[in-house]
Design a protein around this ligand. Sequence first.
Ligand code: NAI
Length: 332
Amino acid sequence: MKIAFFSTQPYDVTFFDKENKQFGFELEYFETGLDEQTVNVITEGTDVVCVFVNDKVDAEVISNLAKKNVKYIALRCAGFNNVDLDAAHQHNIRVCRVPAYSPEAVAEHTLAMLFTINRKIHKAYNRVREQNFSLNGLLGTNIYKKTVGIIGTGNIGAVFCRMMKALGTEVLAYDIYKNEQLEAEGIRYVELEELFTKSDIISLHCPLTPDTMHLINEDTISKMKDGVMLINTSRGKLIDTHAIIQGLRAKKIGALGIDVYEQEEKVFFRDLSGTILEDERLQLLTSFPNVLVTAHQAFFTDEALTQIAFITLDNLKQLKTNNEIVGRNAEL
Ligand code: NAI
């Protein structure tokens, strides 16, 4: 089986080469992202394209993949909002993903972002390096006894619910499907309206779908408590960036932590330090003292990358040998 990787970073090569020792597939790595132009770099005999979060796998790209006899699209991530599944099915291209590799990795990063924006660790780090040992402006609040609203209680959201519960907070959750186990552990499912109005901290863990696009917008922000802390480690388009900037300016949003960003395709996973950033909204966001941006790194742990590489290759092995993936919800 020949697999063409797109958006390849050095760590992808390290982890996939290591795990591939037990699979023996032919791996071809491309640094470029996949789109309607770069689809042409795929060489003859390629069975699989392996893509990541910002590769563009729309109907046009899929039709070109079909012309090149590509049989599988393997997402090396959980989210699949960037793939036109209908087009893939029409062309008989099978699509698989890694539904859960290390929900703890993402939940722990979410927690790190919460602690950082609350206690202003990003500011403190810089101050001390400049020998500024003043505490003025670094005041935080206790997380203990606060109300935390968690939207999406799947693999990652459930881990984050438990982390928050362990910190002594009241956890309100919203999901289109309730997790009864979480309810038994004291997590209370409420309607979105109640979650928005009562939460001191809101964290997003639902996928990007037509229903969740711009879930955080001018209207929903207006329902939130003054000074609310908002964290998004899910997908950038869950938040209307223009509305969040207005919310920050109006001091409605007390602090914001984002690991994902609406227009991240053009900037994340690249070293642009020698250039002038053309994305004015991102530039503005990073200039706010109460905003922390990380560049889609919540998944980025040794354990997660090992699991991602293993599960991606194992998905393909199972599809090739058994024509199905047994025991997990990996085929789309
Ligand atoms: P999951 O599929 O296990 O859970 C998603 C949950 O969201 C499900 O319980 C589902 O019922 C719920 N949901 C679906 N539509 C909803 C709606 N309209 N309103 C509220 N809830 C809704 O997914 P998992 O593994 O927990 O991942 C969640 C998201 O995190 C992914 O979709 C992905 O976008 C993002 N992610 C981000 C990473 C990062 O590095 N920043 C890494 C991995 C995932």
